[in-house]
Design a protein around this ligand. Sequence first.
Ligand code: ADP
Ligand code: MG
Ligand code: ZN
Length: 613
Amino acid sequence: MVNAKRPLKLPKNKFLATFKGIAVYILIALTALVFFSGLASGVPTGDEIPLSQVVNDIKDGKVEKLELEGNKVKVDYKDKKIASSRKEEGESIYQVLKNSDVDPKVVSIEVKDLSLQNAWVSILGTVLPIVIMVVFFMLIFRQAKDAGQGIFSFGQSRARLFTKDSPQVKFADVAGVDEVKRELSEVVEFLKTPDKFKALGARIPKGVLLVGPAGVGKTLLARAVAGEANVPFFSIAGSEFMEILVGVGAARVRDMFATAKKNAPSIIFIDEIESIGRMRGMGISGGHDEREQTLNQILVEMDGFTPNDHVIVIGATNRPDLLDSALVRPGRFDRRVVLNLPDLEERKAIIQIHMKGKPFTKDVSIEKLARRTVGFSGADLANMLNEAAILAAREGKSAIDNKDLEEAATKEKLGPQRKRMQSERDRNLSAYHEAGHAIVGHFLKQVDPVHRISIISRGISGGHTLFPPTEDRSNETKSRLLEQITAALGGHAAEELIFKDVSTGAASDIEVATSIAKQMVTQYGMSALGPINISPRAMFGMWRGDEGSESSDELQAAVDREVKKILDNAYKEALALIRKHRAKLDEVAKALLEKETLESEEFEKIVGKKVTV
Ligand code: ADP
Ligand code: MG
Ligand code: ZN
């Protein structure tokens, strides 16, 4: 797919390099300056002696000449020796001599004028910083120009323009999401033939908000709308508005809307809109001036256009809950289109699109691949197929096979394999830990069948046991959630039973289990507390925005007790299952130590077919 983002990294590095070069020159110049000014000031040489001795020596007639430079006193003796001394600030050498009853005339006193030298220092002191600043700004502006923007372009929008000549994305490039496409085709129609709609007095949405998790194709769809309507597309990410200078974001918004209107009919696309459009007066810092100004400007601009402007604003977010309610009021982002993770059929379609142009072996089945990838977003699928192609190429294959795809899918979710040296003890521990998850999961009726067990570490995990969902479920039940918690604690339980000791490796399992248990109690009404929603405690004494939902101390304590009860019971069950199937556990662990990875068939050979409800 075409990458919409211009690589901005390169110029930044170049800028840094240039700046470093300049900095070196400045440093050399400064060193030279200090060196030469040191010479010019005639650093006093010879021993440093107290002024009283100088006075005595003058009295004795040993001194030829005194040279004064500020408070420094250089003493030239008649026997060609020299020495240096120092007088008090503000004290006159004549006065000192007089006070000691010495006639100043017996010695020649030369006072060097420091004012000229001081003048130089002060001129350099003022000029140098200015020079440095000028050079610095010149570099910045040159940078701005390099990036295709004129000097003083701070306030101009950085929106990227995709004109009619840019590579176009069409609805056909976006798979699945048919309902969403249907909704958006209305927008396309309007942009193509605005007059038809106006004649009938139809109210056209000004703003469409695309809502959905990361990677489901929001950005892609927005571009497809522009491509279908064949209109210019101005795109900017919310985070790009955030600048150090207050007021710049608002100026950019103004500029972007003005440009879009000039090029109407057109589309303005604001990605990651939640980063500007957060609820005002919320958050730890207690509001963000710049963000509020930017948000207000967007509201003003959207209120400002009339249907005649033929500009449609599309926003995208994966956190609609964070949006300021002012943004979603009628006349602004009044149309909301929700995108979900793709279901089986949609995954098939997306896989097909991204398989194009890649050779696959004959045994690769789209159906199987789509079944294997429940919970993958469109972006995950695209990455997976690309990764598989890279793996195949690396091994010099002429086509991508199932093994590459399997590895790519695992890598997409768990990170790349990390081959690292493991002690025999660690491997043993990992083997029993993973076998524990697998055995507990296998003998629970509702947990999905084991897909693979491995003691090869990936990402941050030491090993993994995969139970990918075998079907798309829109709902979970209490009994299924309880079984999931039990399976998650299976690793920890196995460690305790086998080694009479537990490792830190179960930390994330425990986190998962606890989090499910908490949700069951506080959101789903699945505990003795009954159907009640209990929001987490406000942080740092700040309101979360939903005043009045703060729960009492007693209720919080009850929640903690219920969560603990769920976890304790699940853990007991995990221990019981492992005790009961101890022989199988040993067998699985032994096989893991031998082969490192067990596929579902190998696992089933040991434990038998999964019995489900
Ligand atoms: P989002 O903006 O929702 O985070 P993107 O639009 O950036 O997601 O999607 C990233 C990439 O994932 C796309 O460029 C595309 O390659 C792929 N992708 C996502 N959803 C789909 C889809 N429905 N059909 C085809 N490709 C998709
Ligand atoms: Mg996006
Ligand atoms: Zn584990």
